[in-house]
Design a protein around this ligand. Structure first.
Ligand code: HEM
Ligand code: HEM
Length: 181
């Protein structure tokens, strides 16, 4: 399989980034759910520290992925109705936007609540905003709201992929998988 995209399918660089982000998002939501259920204390802080580090990793991969998309143009969408193509483009753009908006609102929220952000303890990241309890509350609402939108869009995305794969039988899923149909 080629490293770069072809007119028929994604190359392995784009595929590796797509699936690493999917895997990390699953870890990320799991950590958020675990942290939410923990009482205030060291365990909660440690779980949230991991959530922040994984979130910063997702942000870095999203930057790389978007940059790579400009270098290596994606394959054109397979034949579909016009409205479907519009929905597909819109949802891909919204998914990319959320891959930036989720980590950035999380990072800003941590800075606003005067908690430092580090990447697995190796790299200390700068504060994005000054401490501000009211801003922290607003960012928490936004972070929480965006996470719901991300789940809804990911659900729509997976449903669309499965519809193409199993109802239209156009092999769309294989464009993002290393093996051929
Ligand atoms: C794609 C990346 C991310 C996703 C999908 C995500 C998702 C979530 C979710 C679902 C929650 C639970 C929200 C709730 O129901 O109250 C949460 C909480 C939180 N997130 Fe993230 N997050 C991401 C990145 C980040 C980053 C990069 C940081 C900080 C650097 C961060 C900091 C936090 C904090 C501090 C909380 C707990 C807020 C509180 O309860 O006080 N998140 N995140
Ligand atoms: C929440 C997790 C996910 C996110 C954020 C996401 C994001 C994206 C984005 C932004 C694209 C467009 C790629 C581009 O053209 O640059 C894409 C394509 C694709 N995704 Fe996902 N995806 C997720 C989960 C999944 C899952 C679970 C599947 C499998 C069922 C999947 C299958 C695909 C396929 C097959 C394509 C290529 C569509 C085509 O050939 O045009 N994705 N994904």
């Amino acid at each position: 399989m080629p490293a770069r995209n072809t007119p028929e399918r994604y190359g392995y660089i784009a595929q590796a980034m797509h699936w690493s982000i999917v895997g990390l998002l699953i870890v990320q939501f799991t950590l958020a759910i675990i942290a939410e259920d923990l009482p205030k204390g060291l365990d909660k802080l440690m779980t949230l520290a991991r959530h922040k580090s994984v979130g910063i990793t997702i942000l870095s991969l999203a930057i790389l992925r978007l940059a790579w998309r400009f270098v290596d143009r994606p394959p054109p969408l397979p034949p579909m109705m016009r409205w479907q193509a519009v929905v597909a483009r819109f949802s891909h753009t919204a998914l990319y936007t959320l891959l930036f908006a989720m980590p950035l609102t999380g990072w800003m929220m941590s800075s606003a609540s005067n908690y430092p952000v580090s990447w697995f303890g190796f790299v200390q990241l700068p504060d994005l905003v000054a401490p501000d309890p009211a801003l922290k509350e607003a960012l928490l609402e936004i972070h929480h709201g965006f996470s719901k939108v991300l789940i809804a869009l990911a659900g729509l995305h997976v449903a669309a992929v499965l519809k193409h794969q199993f109802l239209d039988r156009d092999g769309l899923l294989f464009r993002m998988l290393p093996w051929r149909r």
